[in-house]
Design a protein around this ligand. Structure first.
Ligand SMILES: NC(=O)c1ccc[n+]([C@@H]2O[C@H](COP(=O)([O-])OP(=O)(O)OC[C@H]3O[C@@H](n4cnc5c(N)ncnc54)[C@H](OP(=O)(O)O)[C@@H]3O)[C@@H](O)[C@H]2O)c1
Length: 337
């Protein structure tokens, strides 16, 4: 295999850990000898666990003396720049230097300002040969929320809503109602699985008692839950079972978005009623809108999602895709930029 094929292999295998590594990026590392034969592979499998390079080095260590004499004969191929900071697991760039690996081929520079070139500097300052930018676009694409967050200094924000065919969210009595089909609700579970956090407001918590977990049949690091409320709420609610919860008693959405710009969270799914969903849309910071529309009506007793001044057209979205799920329609709108 040549270096291009090896990098593609690392990118492709890293993908398997998309749901368990988040909110971290997926990363793959392959260690090869002079003849481009694979000595070991490592992946960042779970959030908070070893980085890919460390797993590859630890696995190569077992071959030392059998398949190679010294790490200095080997080349490390990794999809993302090795980290420079200590973080949860120690600096990968320093571990590479310590092992005396002399050549490193990198897919993309880590956009996290804590790293952003500093990992490469540690390598170069210690005489390691570095080649960078092999399939950078693919690495960026497979970690789109991670790259987006660091480029834009804010998490990627999606508002997801379910609407009746007459554009309503719920009944004015606040009684809980399932608007869309079971298949759409299953689809929502998969959407949730993609995000680092799910955010809702106090009324939805009190009226619906939602769990807001991603109930999917594959392993994942469950999204963090975020609650915005100034009022009292039942701490025994389903929302507080399974997973960590951040609670904000502020109505200032800009401050809340800013707070997450400085955290590990790269993407937030807003699942709230019309008041909070529209307040988010009005910030201008929403990147995507997902609307599930059922064929049923709620009628006069239903509360509107949008009315003339806050029609979604005014927020500058364009329709990206539209398809049927049973009798419902799922539409995805993205910012028209
Ligand atoms: N069809 C759907 O997709 C869907 C999804 C979710 C919910 N719902 C329905 O929506 C209903 C509740 O809708 P809702 O919009 O009144 O409640 P919500 O989703 O709880 O959002 C409004 C609440 O968020 C909090 N909040 C914090 N900052 C805010 C801000 N800047 N602007 C607005 N709210 C802010 C406040 O909580 P406090 O009042 O606690 O301070 C406010 O009452 C529920 O009955 C539920 O059934 C429908």
């Amino acid at each position: 295999m040549n270096h291009e094929e090896l990098m593609l292999r690392a990118i492709n295998s890293a993908k398997s850990f998309k749901y368990t590594a988040k909110p971290n990026p997926v990363v793959g590392a392959i260690i090869i000898n002079k003849d481009n034969e694979i000595i070991s592979e490592g992946y960042h499998q779970f959030y908070g666990h070893n980085h890919a390079e460390i797993n590859a080095i630890e696995s190569a260590q077992k071959q030392l003396g059998k398949k190679f004499k010294s790490f200095s004969e080997l080349t490390l191929i990794c999809t993302l720049e090795p980290c420079s900071h200590q973080g949860k697991t120690g600096s990968c760039a320093e571990a590479i230097v310590k092992k005396d690996i002399r050549k490193v081929i990198i897919g993309a520079i880590d956009p996290n300002p804590k790293v952003a070139g500093k990992g490469i500097k540690i390598l170069k300052d210690n005489g390691v040969k570095v080649k960078n930018g092999l399939f950078e676009d693919l690495v960026e694409k497979q970690n789109s929320f991670f790259f987006y967050k660091h480029k834009n200094k804010k998490p990627y924000i999606t508002v997801k809503i379910a609407a009746s065919s007459d554009g309503k969210s719920h009944y004015d009595s606040n009684q809980r109602v399932f608007i869309t089909s079971e298949s759409s609700r299953k689809d929502v579970q998969k959407v949730r699985a993609n995000y680092d956090a799910i955010l809702t407001g106090g009324n939805t918590l009190r009226n619906d008692n939602p769990r807001m977990t991603a109930r999917v049949n594959f392993p994942l690091n469950q999204p963090k839950k975020i609650l915005l409320t100034n009022k009292t709420f039942n701490k025994e609610s389903n929302f507080f079972k399974n997973g960590s919860v951040d609670i904000f008693d502020s109505n200032n959405l800009f401050k809340i978005i800013d707070f997450y710009a400085d955290s590990d969270i790269c993407s937030i799914l807003v699942e709230a009623g019309p008041k909070l969903a529209n307040a988010f849309l009005q910030t201008g910071y929403v990147d995507e809108l997902i609307i599930y529309t059922s064929s049923n009506k709620l009628g006069k007793k239903g509360i509107d999602w949008f009315y003339k001044d806050n029609a979604i057209e005014n927020y500058g979205f364009k329709l990206e895709s539209s398809y049927k799920i049973d009798n419902d329609i799922k539409e995805i709108f993205k910012k028209n930029e």
